[in-house]
Design a protein around this ligand. Structure first.
Ligand code: PDD
Length: 290
């Protein structure tokens, strides 16, 4: 899919990516004043559509914007994008910004939001991730107080991911006041014994859709899963670490701060959960679940 063939949605129109234009005074460009979603699609079917759209509403409400489209309209846009971009496994990206206005910090009234959506091929996890696992570093969570809003203002997240990449690691796991919050673009789980633990929801983390699905799958399969704080000491001595997201599914972290996690290979509880997740995806593809 190149820029010439990729069809995107912008303010009511479907057009090639190379023709999509946003004015330079868009507040998304000037201030990062917008919110976004990333939604996986398996076999042309959307994973957890309502959950993603509810989180979008939550984010919009958090920055005092009204959703410019109904959920039915969004669904129709997504279905058209999927069809126009060749179907299959895709990831939808959408963003809504406050719109175009002379540069001034306060929110202007009666602005028309800019609405953009695109979809790109969703590649399976590289084999080395599932066979050897990923590497991560821990670092201070330098972000703001509204991490539960999926905001396009991602400078801190991009810096944190780059800190990890600079150290040849795949993800940065963030620490706030001695507790783990999340990854630079992922939710965090640990395994201690037979128990899965993930930090509780609140304003320090994004309420991950994959996170909720993992918790649901754990409960349905009688795997103990607890939502509570995880200390830095605890993550350094646990048996398994996973980071989850719409794009990386459930990624086992086998090296943390240059030291092996548990036995240094993807663990048995990850393997079980990864299998359950793949089964779930297959049921989305076949239409067995929506
Ligand atoms: N981000 N926490 C942060 C900070 C994230 O950026 C993401 C995902 C998650 C996981 O959320 P979900 O399971 O709903 O994808 C948690 C997306 C994928 C991104 O920015 O590309």
């Amino acid at each position: 899919m190149s820029d010439n063939t990729q069809i995107v949605y912008l303010n009511g129109d479907f057009l090639p990516m190379s023709e999509a234009r946003v004015p330079v005074l868009d507040r998304g460009f000037i201030f990062g004043d917008g919110v976004y979603e990333v939604i996986p699609v398996y076999g042309s079917r959307i994973l957890r559509l309502e959950e993603h759209l509810s989180r979008l509403d939550y984010s919009l409400n958090g920055i005092r914007l009204v959703n410019p489209m109904s959920h039915t309209q969004w669904k129709s846009v997504f279905e058209q994008l999927i069809e126009k971009n060749g179907n299959g496994d895709l990831s939808i990206y959408l963003q809504i910004t406050r719109g175009v206005a002379p540069r001034d910090h306060g929110f202007p009234e009666n602005l028309t939001p800019t609405v953009f959506a695109m979809c790109s091929p969703l590649k399976p996890l590289p084999a080395h991730f599932t066979s050897n696992g990923a590497t991560a570093i821990t670092t201070e969570d330098i972000r703001w107080q509204f991490c539960n809003i999926k905001s396009t203002s991602l400078l801190a997240n991009t810096m944190l991911r780059q800190f990890a990449l600079d150290k040849k690691a795949d993800e940065a796991i963030l620490v706030k006041d001695g507790n783990i919050t999340e990854g630079s673009a992922s939710s965090v789980f640990i395994v201690a014994g037979n128990e899965i633990i993930t930090p509780p929801k609140g304003n320090c983390i994004l309420p991950g859709i994959t996170r909720d699905l993992v918790i649901e799958l754990a409960h349905a399969n009688k795997i103990k899963c607890t939502e509570r704080n995880i200390t830095l000491d605890e993550i350094k001595s646990c048996d398994e670490i996973w980071v989850t997201s719409s794009l990386r599914e459930i990624l086992p972290v086998t090296v943390l701060d240059e030291k092996p996690v548990g036995s240094g290979v993807p663990g048995p509880i990850w393997e079980k959960m990864y299998g359950l997740y793949q089964d779930y995806k297959q049921k989305i593809r076949s239409g067995e679940i929506q």
